[in-house]
Design a binder for this molecule. Structure first.
Ligand code: HEM
Length: 386
């Protein structure tokens, strides 16, 4: 389904007539259980309501300092002229930020448990790897690693939840909201664990890819990189804060444009629960409808010169239909982490450009369609100290 009007109809106007359906449930059901990503109807609504406060603007802005500190930490020790696999750095960074801000996990040993689980989950569901098509019960090395690391993660979550229950006062992060929801009987402990895994799955690699593609695009476009750095230098006084971001439309435009050209989530699915008509076509109940950002974001009907990286297209007025662009989905089930991801991406880029220039070593980016659209090879950049 590639017409923005039809996409809006499915995601917004008639959303009650659609479910996520077979495609995501087959692949992710045993991993995410009834967590927020896959739940439907009342069970979804209850969870979304319980977790939403962790993503309110004021709460998200409180995570800004952590993004800045973790970004500094992952670049500590970079030498002038060194080459770095930026996809790996981005992955480390987004996982640390997610674990510490949403789950309150900061200790190195615990972080390692989370990292192992996140890697195992990503590999288990990496459709570019043949093993991901084998059933979960087969004792392949990937499956064994996956089960062991998932069980370590569940233990860690159980310990953390027990500690929070006995401590009484809650820090107000996502895990607190989940514990409160479970104490009120809105979700059971399995769903609580399923949600921790849900957030590691939905929030980690997606944001890391967004950062990787943005830095790669800036590295291949030195003039845009220079212009953005000049804006940052002129606007910032010390470390960037969430409040500064309001005065940096070019930074937002660079991120928006990168998520347009290289949407980390390149397609997703819906199924109608009754026969529907979409732009004159009859679509029978239970059909799998694909909503492909990777096609719509480069459709010449809505985008001039769609394959070029041009942040300026975001800075003026436009009469483009709203759903010609939907990197975070849309309607009531839009990405709950959208504000979080956009804040993290902007702050991380601001911190990085304040200290470094980036040059592309990887000459052309080739991507593969896995759970997300990811690079087939490491994305290598050379860093120059300013
Ligand atoms: C650039 C980064 C990200 C992108 C491109 C992205 C994209 C998306 C998309 C397209 C959906 C809708 C899927 C559908 O309707 O079937 C979604 C849902 C979701 N995302 Fe994200 N996401 C990102 C970051 C995050 C982060 C940082 C988190 C958590 C902190 C997160 C958590 C979720 C969850 C839990 C859902 C399911 C929401 C629901 O069904 O109510 N995402 N995301």
């Amino acid at each position: 389904m590639t017409h923005p009007e039809a996409i809006r109809q499915v995601l917004v106007d008639d959303h009650e007539q659609y479910v996520k359906g077979e495609m995501p449930n087959d692949r992710l059901g045993s991993l995410l259980g009834d967590g927020l990503f896959l739940a439907e109807g009342d069970a979804w609504q209850r969870q979304r309501r319980a977790m939403q406060p962790a993503f309110f603007r004021e709460q998200i802005e409180g995570y800004g300092e952590s993004v800045v500190d973790h970004t500094r930490a992952v670049t500590d020790g970079w030498d002038d002229g060194e080459t770095v696999a930026i996809d790996e750095v981005a992955s480390t960074l987004t996982l640390r930020v997610l674990a510490s801000t949403l789950l309150g996990i900061d200790a190195e040993a615990e972080r390692e448990t989370v990292r192992r689980a996140a890697t195992a989950i990503t590999q288990r569901y990496d459709t570019a790897r043949l093993g991901s098509y084998l059933p979960e019960w087969l004792p392949t090395p990937t499956n064994r690693r996956y089960r062991r690391s998932l069980s370590d993660l569940h233990d860690l979550v159980d310990r953390e939840v027990a500690a929070r229950r006995s401590a009484g006062g809650q820090p107000g992060d996502l895990l607190s909201m989940l514990v409160a929801a479970s104490d009120e009987g809105a979700i059971d402990d399995d769903t609580l664990r399923g949600n921790v895994v849900t957030f590691l799955f939905a929030g980690h690699e997606t944001t890391a890819l967004g950062l990787t593609y943005t830095l790669y695009l800036l590295a291949t476009q030195p003039a845009t990189q220079r212009r953005l750095r000049d804006r940052l230098d002129a606007t910032l006084d010390g470390e960037p804060t969430p409040a500064d971001l309001r005065n940096l439309p070019l930074l937002a435009a660079v991120i928006d444009e990168s998520l347009r050209l290289y949407p980390p989530v390149y397609t997703f699915f819906r199924e109608p629960t009754a026969d529907v008509t979409l732009r004159g076509y009859r679509v029978p109940e239970g059909s799998v409808i694909s909503l492909p950002q990777c096609v719509v974001h480069r459709d010449e009907r809505w985008w001039d010169d769609p394959d070029s990286f041009n942040p300026d297209r975001w800075l003026g007025e436009t009469d483009r239909p709203e759903y010609a662009y939907f990197p975070f989905g849309g309607g009531p089930r839009h990405c709950i982490g959208m504000r979080f991801a956009r804040l993290e991406l902007r702050l991380a880029v601001a911190v990085l450009l304040a200290s470094f220039r980036f040059e592309a070593v990887t000459e052309s980016l080739s991507r593969t369609a896995s759970a997300n659209a990811k690079p087939t090879e490491p994305v290598v950049l050379r860093v120059r100290k300013r």
